[in-house]
Design a protein around this ligand. Sequence first.
Ligand code: CP
Ligand code: NVA
Length: 306
Amino acid sequence: MNHFLDLWPISSGELRSILDNAKSRKAARKGLPKGTADKDAPLAGHTLAMIFEKNSTRTRVSFDMAIRQLGGTSLILTATDSQISRGESIEDTARVMSRYVDAVMMRANRHADVEAFAKFASVPVINGLTEKSHPCQIMADLQTLEEAGLVLKGSRIAWVGDGNNMANTFIHAAPKFGFSLSVATPAGYDADMKDVERARAEQGRIDLFRDPMQAVAGADVVVADTFVSMGDLDADKRLADLGGYKVSGELMRAANGGAKFLHCLPAHRGEEVDGDVIDGPQSLVFDEAENRLHAQKAILEWCLRG
Ligand code: CP
Ligand code: NVA
């Protein structure tokens, strides 16, 4: 069963084939109206269910359009209007949903719930973001960088800000794709050290810093994310503690000339990034958002057709 819960269990070769498929499907349908299926409609007759325990704009719309372009359909469940919020177990929900649909995408408060769902489901399960990771986003990010001409192997990516789910997923991706990662976080906001150790054990180069200027030195890409993720209850403290980690024009100038800027969105201009950076010529954020669609089509195809 091909679940897409995290990058760790998926080989570099398979991840490479997913990225390549994303790019070739994107190229092959150029010019078609967005609601028209790809010519081969490889997932005709398939239904994807999406379960949302947290808000979403990109994940929800891009997965919906992704399955349609592959010839299938989708349906959406929010935790609040399903029996999940009334205490029905993840295990039973997974077993029941598997009788109706061909795949499930889940955005969950607890990563352990997505893992439990996958354990009890008899159809592929995709992690659409948890507090620990956001693997679909990283595939779109890497597709975007390659399309912008970056050769991932040997490149250097700098993460600046909170050591959150996105930071962790960049750490997972580093050994898989052969880029080195520098991570600048304040004390108390470190990325998951178990992930850092695992990435290093798998030959990934991960350098940890407190000073954002040191982290971006030599970087080909600078990445920011919100200081207050969904589920974080200490917004005021976070904004105060992370204030020195905003990606400004000055910080971008300390990276390599022509360095690219990524942000998975939603963004808060003036908090984690200045407007002139995210809306400036080095920013790829809207290509990155678009590529959620293309990357997820390849992920869905890999999950359902291998
Ligand atoms: N980047 C991302 O996952 O966006 P949404 O929260 O809007 O889905
Ligand atoms: N770190 C953010 C990412 C949103 C797509 C969050 O979890 O809210």
